[in-house]
Design a protein around this ligand. Structure first.
Ligand code: NI
Length: 254
């Protein structure tokens, strides 16, 4: 069995065939899907979807792109939702210095406020990073032992991966690892400590090589598992078992 630890199947890209997408995931032995919110609307959508399906869980949080929208009211809504039985993490939160859709100071403030909330509620976090590890890692290092989570769609180098693993963070690997040119990410995927590896799609984006440029979906997390298995020279079933175990120990899903 396999778990897609990062999917956005609440989005409208799945409105016409969501049930078929879930059926294909089931047929591909995807046992669990974590539906990730990134603003108020998509967080509420994730929770609503997770309420309808036993094997779906949800996260709530404000993405750095929309950091300016993290009003006290929204933060209060997130706080309330974190007590919902199907909500198992806060995120995706973080910093994005590539697109800079919110000013960096505003992004940092929203990130810190949500880290405080996660710490207070004892919830793991889903971290989004783009070109911002130099700021994200020191922030997380100051909270070492108080917050756990996953660096989703990890794109750093081997050294940054080890630093993140050392402070207790999991590393999420997605479809990019299957691209022939992604040699740096493949090097990282080979070296991630077994107890820190998670697999994800980030669908509808970042489809693996065989569907590159098309809509991604949870069933394709198998292609990610297969590539990592090949790189680490172990069976794909072993990757499934390892990443399922890691998911269940990070996020309490019962
Ligand atoms: Ni995402």
């Amino acid at each position: 069995m396999y778990i897609d630890s990062h999917a956005h199947i609440q989005l409208s890209q799945f409105n016409s065939d969501r049930d078929a997408v879930l059926k294909r995931a089931h047929a591909a032995e995807i046992s669990t899907i974590l539906v990730i919110g990134f603003d108020l609307e998509t967080s509420l959508g994730a929770v609503e979807l997770a309420e309808k399906h036993k094997n779906l869980y949800a996260t709530v949080g404000m993405h750095p792109h929309d950091a300016k929208d993290l009003t006290p009211d929204v933060l209060k809504t997130f706080r309330d939702l974190l007590s919902h039985p199907k909500v198992i993490a806060l995120g995706e939160i973080g910093l994005d210095y590539y697109r800079n859709l919110s000013p960096r100071a505003v992004q940092k403030e929203a990130f810190e406020k949500q880290l405080n909330l996660a710490e207070e509620m004892g919830m793991p976090i889903i971290v989004h990073n783009r070109d911002a590890y130099m700021d994200i890692l020191p922030i997380l290092e100051t909270r070492q032992g108080k917050i756990q989570g996953v660096l989703h769609c990890f794109t750093g180098d081997v050294e940054l991966m080890h630093r993140s693993a050392e402070i207790g963070f999991h590393i999420g690997i997605g479809g990019i690892v299957t691209y022939p040119s992604a040699k740096d990410m493949q090097a990282v995927a080979m070296e991630i400590p077994s107890e820190r590896l998670l697999i994800e799609t980030d669908c509808p984006w970042l489809a693996p090589q065989f569907r590159r440029g098309k809509r991604n979906e949870p069933a394709y997390v198998r292609a990610v598992a297969e590539k990592i298995a090949e790189l680490r020279n172990i069976s794909v079933e072993a990757i499934g078992k390892m990443t399922t175990h890691n998911f269940n120990s990070l996020f309490i899903t019962d």
